[in-house]
Design a protein around this ligand. Sequence first.
Ligand code: NCD
Length: 308
Amino acid sequence: MRHLMNPLDFSVDELEQLFDLANDIEKHPDRYAHACAGKKLATCFYEPSTRTRLSFEAAMLNLGGSVLGFADASNSSASKGESVSDTIRVISCYADICAMRHPKEGAPLVAASKSRIPVINAGDGGHQHPTQTYTDLLTIRSLRGSLHNLTIGLCGDLKFGRTVHSLVNALSRYSGMRFIFISPDELKVPDYITEMLRDKGIPYEEVSGLEEKLPELDVLYMTRVQKERFFNEEDYVRLKDFYILTRKKMELAPKNMLVLHPLPRVNEISVDVDDDPRAVYFKQAQYGVYVRMALILTLLKLKGEDAC
Ligand code: NCD
C-alpha cells in the first residue's frame, strides 16, 4: 500500500499527474463533490496545526467524505501512554485514510508500518512536511508555468524548518535549479541537504543578507523562526526578527518574483507586503486544499487497486 512520508515518495511523473488533477479540481470542483462519498479521513494531530489539519479536513469534505480525529494529543490515548503503532491499528478500523502530524521525527513512518490504511505524514518534528511541499510546488507550477529553471531563495529558519528540508529535496529533481539559502549562521540549512546538492552538482549559496540577493530571485520562500524547536528562549528572542520583508525591500525584487510562506507568519513578512501581487502566500493556502484533495483521491484509488 502507498503512504506519503517524504516528498520523494512520488516520482516526478506521478507528481505531474497529481498537479494536473489538482488544477482540474480547481477548475471543476463540482465534478469531484461526491468522489469520496462514504469514505472517512482520520486526522491524528499530536502537534498544533491550523492550515494543515483544516485543509485536510476541508479537502475531504469537498470530496463528499467525512472526517474524524483529534487536534491535540492530550485529548487522545497518547496521554495515557498508547503507542503510535497501537493507535494506527485502531484507527485503521475506523477510517479509510489518515493524516498524521507528530513532534517526533519518523513517528508517521512507524505508524505506516503497522497501518491497514494509507498514512500521510502531515509534518514530523523538524524532518519533513511533504504535503506542504506539494502545496508549494503546485503554487509555483500554477503561477509560473513550470518547476524548471528557478533561482529560489529560502530565508529564515533553515535549520529547524521542515518545510524547507522537504522543498529543497523535492526541487532538487528538476533541471536548472539554483538555491540561495539566506539565514543567520545559527539557523543554517543542515549539512545533509548541502551534501545532497553537492552530490547532484546543483548550485547553491549560503548567505546571511536578504536584500543583496533579492534582485536574483524567481521565488522567495520566507519562513518563521521555529520557536518550539529552540532549546533556550534567549536564542529565539535574539533570532526571531532577523529578517523582516517589507514593502520597501520588495522594490529590490524582480517584477515577477513570487513570495511564498508556508504560514503561520509571525513578523518575518510585514503586513504591508500582503497587497503586493507578488505575495502569493494566501493563494498558496488555497492550493493546499486542491493538492490535498488530489492526494486523498490518488491514495484511495491506489489502495483500491491494491485490494484487487
Ligand atoms: C509549517 C509547519 O508546520 O511546519 N506550517 C504549515 O504546516 N503550514 C510551517 C511553520 O509552522 O512554520
